[in-house]
Write a protein that binds this ligand. Sequence first.
Ligand code: ZN
Length: 432
Amino acid sequence: MNDTNAGERIYELCGKIFPICRSLMGEGVRLTLGILDEYIADTGYHLNITEIPTGTQVYDWTVPKEWVIRDAYIEDEERNRVIDFKDNNLHVMGYSAPVDEWMDLSEMGGCLYTQPDQPELIPYVTSYYKERFGFCMSENQRRNLKPGKYHLYVDSDLKDGNLTYADLVIKGKLDKEVLITTYICHPSMANDICSGMSLLSELIRYVAALKERRYTYRFVFEPETIGAIAYISQHYDELRENVVAAFNLSCVGDDRTYSMVESPYADTYSDRVLKNVLASRNKVDVYSYLERGSDERQYAAAGIDIPMVCFCRSKFGKFPEYHTSADNMSLVNPAGFQGSFDVMTEAIQVLEHNGKYRAKVFCEPQLGKRGLYPTISQKGQYDEVRLLCDFAAYANGKNDLITISEYLHKSAYELLVAIRMLGDNGLIERVE
Ligand code: ZN
């Protein structure tokens, strides 16, 4: 039976980290990781923080400078602030260079960003790898700017610093690992960033509390793209050696649909497990690797070949609030988080129990003498009995749990109760 309060807790954590102004690197990321570390503190585990200096080469990329943002605004000639970073941290372009200049509105086009097809929303815009300054505002705000001169002010630094990532490994019986990742590099966006970090933190608590763990679990919080590339470059051998299944979490806090992005050939163990879990949900959208966009791009890249899929509720890029000021706390909700928590914990349970099973008695087991058969014989009471018999019938020592679930048209997670009852009564055994 799943923890039905998890959605509320994850939502609350999401609300706590939402206001922080994060970026690719810098204090916002460190502050956020500190809050997440506090959230898991009573498990006895801690996030392991790694800092990689500016200028470090990671595969084809170079770690950029760290961005420090203190203030940003545009004011008119009467010194009214028409745009203010303090109202919404999306108003300044991520990694904006400093500026302190008066400009005529007619010259400002190149440094103002709006989303004309969504005139009320502020777009999220960054320029990590080319130095420029910029402001983001709604199209309506821009249309309301009167002709005249404006003071453009960004108080920021681009300085040598560090790229920060955090990981945590929780040991199981086997060295073989389940890897779960998410990204940490956007400012105030609820679904596209805060949701993944919050769910991953709750999953750490869940895994830490498991009485038995077959697998070792590795959790990674990293800036998207370059952070994933940096993590892979520093852990390539152990990841390749040990990871049996891997999931990237992105946009997991709304409640409109369930989505996944498959691995490049849709043929990994992770594809199999997540599809099995999602098959019992009402609305599911499956996207091919051609529609990748988050850190599955790096882990599943040719030559890296970590068996990763991406799990989302509404997929990044597919919901109207994506990368705008409307991706806020009203887009995510406890029910959405609960659904995501249930999917991921079911996936973990399926992974833990997906072995090959063999029946230990010939022909049908006699369930009655073991108290597994209803004492009153009446139609309609056989579903559970039927499930036990069906599972035993396919437990030939060659089929794994997921294969049996496919034959039985039941989710693997639903069959766990049959495995437990049959196992407790000595009727089946796990052989692999
Ligand atoms: Zn994003």
